[in-house]
Design a protein around this ligand. Structure first.
Ligand SMILES: C[S@@+](CC[C@H](N)C(=O)[O-])C[C@H]1O[C@@H](n2cnc3c(N)ncnc32)[C@H](O)[C@@H]1O
Length: 508
């Protein structure tokens, strides 16, 4: 293995936490927090134009949390004054329920200061304030209760829709009768104390059996950033370092519903859902290395922008909890300007064929909108396609990749980089175009696209093909910061986006 060839046997002996099991999961496979940075799926200015005079329809077909929605809507240019329809679907009830609650808080609570902090706490903190619970109980719960009462005699699998209007804004929710009741149950106070909630979370986030995993990660970040990382793992509160924690005494009901388990993987991290570059550039006052505090301030800014934008916009949100395969049956023949499917296009989820099959009929034709785009993400394709031979190539002692890597890691004959940094850094300095091309060929992307009526866009207009690849060369101004930041975030540089446009109605 190349990673071993780069270090001496003695180094291997010194690295105690190298062992089997890298990449093994721990905790529930549920994505209540996204694991890929949010992006603006519209990019109106560089596509239709800031003064576009048509209505826009966006579909988040396997949304995960609402971070892409928040970012996209917050960035709609102020010059746009037509209607914006945002359809948000996920098959996972817990994810949809949280999305509904966060959006209702945004729409119902009049004071932006109150709404913004309540959204951040419910989204990311394991314990919340009584003030957050009061908003849930007094402002949101009655809306749901009212519907549950009206539909109590319907059959559990009956789909029922309700639209709430808030001035020019609206939210439509389509759920099965049983899910409406489940949603209402979420407002019940969890039957655990704050101490029990903490114990449950800590058994996951600081599990003794996972110490090596945390050490491996901490090995890649600066000592001062480890303090902030540990604090979040310890107290589970997304707050700046110096903020008082004393009001955070109520278990967050959107996390603690079933049994006594923390509902996410132990490495789920709020930072993974946002651009670390943008977060790092946010001021956190004197605590300059408080990355989680920076995220808190970054989210505050973004959520204020979101609230400000929806206050002046004719915007409607529609939420569904359906499998993507049955979503088209519930959409009234609507077609969309943008469709984002997250990475359900990966083979481990729905795969590219089924994703295109279900989504393309929902995409606007170039005649309706030449900028209409379906965005697919492949997070696992490169890793799945790499052979042992591929892995051996590139990191030979004199290759460009090895030289770059050693320059970033400050390696010299006296100062050898450690194995963990080599393994993580290796992905960042390697280019995987030829590997992904093989995947595209193996799965016949061109043919599948042709049959179903779509083609891959040569030039992307929404998100780069490889957005998390290093952009600078070692030695260039900012290159070391870029490398260090990439070592810290959850992405590897192997994530590949494909943008599709429709070319005909398909042959099926
Ligand atoms: C593909 S997953 C992976 C996590 C994702 N990378 C993120 O950052 O959120 C994203 C979401 O897709 C949803 N999902 C997966 N398959 C789906 C399907 N067939 N229909 C609808 N949603 C689906 C999951 O419930 C999850 O919330």
């Amino acid at each position: 293995m190349p990673k071993v060839a780069l270090v001496s046997p003695q180094d291997r002996l010194n690295a105690d936490f190298i062992g089997p099991g890298i990449g093994t999961m721990f905790g529930a496979k549920k994505y209540l927090w996204g694991n890929i940075p949010a992006f603006d799926i519209l990019k109106l200015g560089s596509n239709e134009g800031e003064k576009y005079a048509g209505d826009l329809r966006l579909l988040f077909a396997a949304s995960g949390d609402i971070r892409h929605v928040i970012k996209t809507v917050a960035l709609v240019p102020s010059s746009y004054d037509h209607s914006l329809e945002v359809t948000i679907n996920d098959k996972d009830f817990d994810i949809v329920a949280r999305n509904i609650i966060l959006l209702l808080v945004a729409l119902v609570v009049e004071k932006p200061d109150e709404a913004v902090d309540c959204i951040i706490h419910l989204w990311y903190s394991a314990l919340v304030r009584q003030a957050d619970i009061d908003i849930l109980q007094d402002r949101i719960r009655p809306l749901i209760e009212d519907i549950c009462e009206k539909v109590k005699n319907k059959s559990p699998d009956h789909l029922l829709a309700k639209t709430w209007k808030f001035g020019r804004r609206s939210l439509r929710l389509v759920l099965e009768q049983s899910s409406w009741n489940r949603l209402l149950n979420l407002f019940k106070k969890p039957a655990i104390t704050a101490e029990q909630a903490n114990r449950i979370r800590l058994e996951n986030t600081l599990a003794p059996s996972r110490r090596d995993y945390r050490d491996r990660y901490m090995n890649c970040i600066s000592p001062i950033q480890r303090v902030s990382f540990n604090k979040f793992r310890q107290d589970g509160l997304l707050l700046p370092f110096g903020f008082s924690r004393q009001d955070f005494r109520e278990p967050n009901p959107t996390f603690f519903q079933v049994g006594d388990t923390w509902p996410m993987k132990d490495d789920a991290d709020p930072l993974h859902g946002w651009s670390l570059e943008e977060v790092s550039n946010t001021s956190s006052g004197a605590a300059t290395a408080d990355t989680y505090g920076k995220l808190f301030y970054y989210l505050r800014g973004l959520l204020y922008a979101f609230l400000d934008r929806i206050s002046g916009l004719n915007v409607s949100f529609k939420l569904f909890q359906l499998d993507v395969s049955s979503l088209p049956d519930h959409l009234d023949k609507e077609s969309f300007s943008r469709i984002d499917v997250s990475n359900i296009s990966d083979r481990a989820w729905l795969g590219i064929r089924h994703t295109l099959y279900f989504m393309l009929p929902l995409l606007q034709t170039p005649l309706q909108n030449p900028h209409a785009t379906l965005i697919t993400l492949f997070m696992n394709a490169v890793e799945e396609t790499l052979t042992d031979k591929d892995r051996m190539q590139g990191l030979t002692p004199h290759s460009r990749e090895t030289k770059d890597l050693f320059q970033y890691l400050g390696a010299s004959p006296e100062n050898k980089p450690d194995v963990i940094k080599l393994i993580v850094g290796r992905d960042l300095v390697t280019k995987y175009d030829h590997i992904f091309d093989r995947y595209v060929k193996d799965l016949q992307f061109y043919h599948v696209g042709e049959v179903l009526g779509a083609m891959m866009k040569e030039k992307h207009t929404i998100i780069e093909k490889w957005p998390y690849r290093l952009k600078l060369r070692p030695g260039q101004p900012g290159a070391q910061d870029e490398f260090d930041r990439c070592m810290m975030i959850g992405v590897s540089g192997k994530e590949r986006y494909i943008e599709w446009k429709k070319i005909h109605q398909g042959y099926l």
